[in-house]
Design a protein around this ligand. Structure first.
Ligand SMILES: [Zn+2]
Length: 395
């Protein structure tokens, strides 16, 4: 880097090398909507940003070629994005030969950040300032208040969010929250017993208190977005998050499944079998969550260390019994788990895979894979995807 004292823009090569594109090459979710003429402008805006986001810096001519939009349309949209501060010109591309060298443009990756919150941990609420490419820039956490105290839970969320907003070093695109519970698409938490929230307008309340765009979704639904967009998952899979509770998110045909009550994937309180089982927080015996939650597995293993393998195999088998009908009904290709690797990787996944084979049609579902996600901070990254998607139409 030159040190002339005069501020200068990074060359495109420097800029690109400073951007690891941790999220790329990434995929976007398939849109179900048909594009009507009145939607075309919004569609074109999203297409241009999506292309820039995933492909990185390029000229207006490249963008026109990549998107199939005319040079005039591209030129208009790019001017608008530059005026809005979403897109920046990076300088000219080095070229040989005659003609004016083209100016490279990109999403202003350095000029924007996102705050992500993950409320799913048993001990703490976690949060981070993330770059647009999904890298964690700053982390903060606050102690999780006593269960079922809704007011204390929100106060802790607000404290964490404010600390992160102050820690941001660029303009914030928005705040994404992944929370346990059933969450409506407008960010109203219909029910989250562990946090003590019922019909709580989390997204609206936090948006007012922070004066920023906020998006709140179920934690597993946030995580499934990150796994789909940045992980190696296929287009049809279930993502099971094993932590304080057990929840799942589903992608079918490259689209997130929410269901009629926005509760798709709420498999934690499905009773597994008719032979009872451990007592669940909900009062029944043998719920999947009662078998599989991290606290239960750790307690059991600590109480009977000699039977560690049997305890984990049993939990894996119970999980497979619960998910076999889901895998077959939706013809899924993968089951991706997130949770502590020391508990999940090994006997638990082995037993789950064997049980799934035993309980599904031979020759059809034999290649269904059960594996751990390779991503860290998956809810935080998922929260970032929500904001990118909600604010820029990029996913
Ligand atoms: Zn239960």
């Amino acid at each position: 880097m030159s040190d002339s004292g005069e501020s200068r823009r990074a060359t495109p090569a420097e800029y690109v090398s400073a951007q690891p594109h941790a999220f790329g090459p990434a995929r976007h979710l398939r849109s179900r909507a048909k594009v009507l003429p009145e939607h075309a402008r919004g569609h074109n805006r999203a297409l241009v940003l999506q292309t820039l986001y995933h492909a990185g810096s390029m000229s207006r001519a490249d963008l026109s070629r990549e998107t199939g939009l005319t040079r005039v349309t591209i030129s208009d949209l790019v001017s608008e994005f530059i005026a809005d501060g979403i897109v920046v010109e990076l300088g000219v591309r080095e070229t040989v030969g005659p003609g004016k060298p083209p100016i490279l443009i990109d999403i202003d990756r350095l000029g924007h950040q996102i705050v992500g919150l993950d409320l799913s941990d048993a001990e703490v609420f976690r949060g981070a300032v993330l770059s647009l490419d999904g890298d964690v820039v700053e982390r903060r956490e606050v102690a999780r208040p006593a269960p079922s105290d809704g007011e204390a839970a929100y106060a802790a969320v607000l404290e964490l969010a404010r600390a992160l907003v102050s820690a941001a070093t660029a303009s914030l695109l928005g705040v994404g929250v992944g929370t346990p519970g059933v969450v409506r698409p407008d960010g109203l938490v219909l029910s989250s017993p562990n946090l003590g929230w019922t019909d709580f307008a989390l997204e609206a309340q936090l948006g007012r208190d922070l004066e920023l765009p906020v998006l709140a979704r179920n934690d597993a639904n946030a995580a499934v977005l990150a796994e789909y967009t940045f992980g190696d998952a296929r287009s049809d899979f279930i993502f099971i998050k094993i932590g304080f509770g057990v929840g799942a998110g589903l992608i079918s045909g490259s689209q997130p499944l929410l269901g009629s009550r926005f509760a798709a994937g709420e498999i934690g309180h499905v009773v597994v079998g008719t032979d009872g089982g451990p007592r669940c927080i909900c009062g029944r015996d043998g719920c999947l969550e009662a078998w599989l939650s991290v606290a239960r597995l750790r307690d059991e293993v600590a109480a009977r260390p000699d039977e560690r393998e049997a305890i984990l195999r049993d939990a894996g088998a119970r999980m497979a019994i619960a998910i076999a009908p889901i895998v077959t009904a939706l013809d899924l290709s993968e089951v991706v788990l997130s949770g502590p690797a020391d508990l999940l990787d090994g006997p638990l996944i082995e037993a789950a895979t064997a049980t799934l084979r035993d309980r599904t049609l031979e020759g059809v579902f034999d290649d269904v894979v059960i594996r751990l996600t390779r991503q860290d901070d998956i809810v935080l990254r998922g929260a970032a995807v929500m904001v990118l998607s909600g604010q820029l139409g990029v996913s």
